[in-house]
Design a protein around this ligand. Structure first.
Ligand code: FAD
Ligand code: 2HG
Ligand code: ZN
Length: 469
């Protein structure tokens, strides 16, 4: 192995091959602090050709590699396992914005660019890069692509797949694929870009991308609406989509218990309502016309919702600061859960019409089977994506985690949903993939993996089981 690391040092400079355990530590620990892997070293290349050299060395010495961006992933995809035979390939030094094209509404960025930086660069060119997730200050474009990240603006702009026109990547044998085409139409054979998006570092290392930009809306309005039930939230969503069409750019659901957790762990953040309501919906309207137009739309929407008996209360943000405070309530839910500790996460997608039935049935079964369990239910209702996290009364161990997840995911399957809406499979949901996807689907996935990475050096054991002991 010293031979391998020696060649790596020659390729990217000794300072960029990190092997001191204190420096490796943050790269092998998952964001939730639940798992720690081991790594031979963390390698930090600064260019596509350096990435290619490292991948060629990994292929030659048969060293597995785990691509990593901001390490904010929630499916244990970006850290190595406990064997200690893999390297972490950190893309964070590849952080150049290669160019912005306002007429084509695109920008070319390297994989290690932080999402927030990309959004700021787009804004300074008068454009919006719409992907918005709570981890935007640390996650990277490479990680966003590799997980096909979703977030709070998917309703109108789509997930990462819909926001990317082209990709540059390094294949498992160390070849560079320049697929940085900035085209909105391109039917030239199999869509390799789409194959790599969502592949969680198992098919290639993404080094750069062409991202789609949109105009910055003239006006944005944020409103928090208090509601009686999930069913009413679904009715409100239907009303909003009917009246606002493409101007509805966010529709998030939060249960009262989810907001209680935020208030407990972040006392400065409080719901604007002076009494508790079972659920709240956080809405964002983006209007291409003007503030007046947006306000009129919002007013008519609120009175229609009141007439239908859907609205218990509403708080309209009247400044950017107030809008930020409402969004902070929503974005602090995962942080409050992390502070509270011990929860079993379920990132599920369902047909929107089935969500009330699913929540009602699953809450009831859980409460009967695990008396005293608490359910933290919130998420991207407009996309049919809920974070349905469970905190049992008893301490969490692998057996209880497996039984509760099976109960929730069986319910999801009964309602024709998916057990992973936006966080991916990583190492955490490999068994679920086998349990809930048809054999033919798994077989096609294995053939793709075998064809593109015959040595199984790219993030082994993620998405699909690692056939090696
Ligand atoms: P990492 O965690 O470093 O890696 C994630 C996966 O991508 C791994 O499998 C890794 O191997 C692979 N990978 C990383 N870079 C590359 C590359 N260059 N080439 C090939 N493979 C690569 N996710 C959502 O979808 N929606 C949300 O709303 C959301 N909110 C979040 C809020 C918080 C507070 C946190 C902590 C996480 C949240 N996430 C959310 C999850 C996470 O931020 C996303 O999955 C994000 O896209 C991961 O980016 P990253 O750079 O941190 O990737
Ligand atoms: C969010 O929407 C993230 O806030 C995190 O996807 C979800 O922590 C979770 O369960
Ligand atoms: Zn989410």
């Amino acid at each position: 192995m010293s031979d391998f690391l020696g060649h790596c040092r020659d390729a990217i400079g000794a300072a960029n091959v990190v092997s001191a355990s204190a420096e490796i530590a943050p790269h092998v620990a998952d964001w939730r602090g639940r798992k720690n892997g081991k790594a031979l070293a963390v390698l930090k290349p600064a260019s596509t050709s350096e990435v290619a050299q490292i991948v060629r060395l990994c292929a030659r010495f048969e060293v597995p590699l785990v691509p990593q961006g901001g390490n904010t992933g929630l499916a244990l995809g970006g850290i190595p396992d406990e064997r200690g035979n893999a390297i972490v390939l950190s893309l964070t030094r590849m952080n150049r914005i290669r160019g912005v094209d306002p007429f084509n509404n695109t920008m070319v960025v390297e994989a290690g660019c932080i999402l927030e930086t990309v959004r700021a660069a787009a804004a300074s060119g008068g454009r919006l890069f719409p992907l918005s997730i709570g981890s935007r200050g640390s996650c990277t474009i490479g990680g966003n692509l590799a997980t096909n990240a979703g977030g709070t603006a998917v309703l109108q702009y789509g997930s990462m797949r819909n926001l990317c026109l082209g990709i540059e990547a390094v294949t498992a044998d160390g070849e560079i694929w320049d697929g940085l085409r900035a085209l909105r139409k391109d039917n030239t054979g199999y869509d390799l870009r789409d194959l790599l998006i969502g592949s969680e570092g198992t098919l290639a290392v993404i080094t750069a991308a062409v991202l789609k930009l949109v105009p910055i809306p003239a006006s944005k309005r944020t409103v928090l609406m208090a509601l009686r039930s999930v069913e009413d939230a679904v009715h409100l969503l239907e009303l909003c989509q009917r009246r606002c069409g493409a101007m509805l750019t966010g529709f998030e659901l939060m249960s009262s218990y989810a907001l209680d957790l935020v208030a407990r762990h972040f006392p400065a953040m409080r719901s604007p309502f002076n009494r508790k309501h079972p659920y709240c919906a956080l809405l964002e309207l983006s209007d291409p016309e003007s503030d007046q137009h947006a306000s009129a739309l919002l007013e008519s929407l609120a009175s229609a919702a009141t007439e239908l008996g859907l609205l218990l209360d509403a708080a309209v943000a009247s400044s950017e600061q107030q809008s930020g405070a409402l969004w902070a309530l929503r974005e602090h839910i995962p942080l409050a859960q992390a502070a509270e500790g011990g929860n079993i996460k379920h990132d599920i997608a369902l047909p929107i019409s089935h969500i009330p039935g699913f929540v009602q049935a699953t809450n009831q079964t859980l409460e009967e089977t695990y008396p005293g369990c608490r359910i933290v239910c919130y998420g991207h209702l407009g996309d049919g994506n809920l974070h349905y996290n469970v905190m049992p009364a008893e301490p969490i161990n692998p057996a209880i985690e497996e039984t509760i997840s099976r109960l929730v995911h069986d319910g999801v399957a009964r309602f024709n949903g998916s057990f992973s809406a936006e966080h991916g499979i990583g190492a955490m949901k490999v068994e679920e993939l086998c349990a809930y996807r048809p054999a033919v689907e798994l077989s096609m996935m294995r053939k793709i993996k075998q064809a593109l990475d015959p040595q199984n050096i790219l993030n082994p054991g993620k998405i699909l089981t690692d056939p090696r002991p």
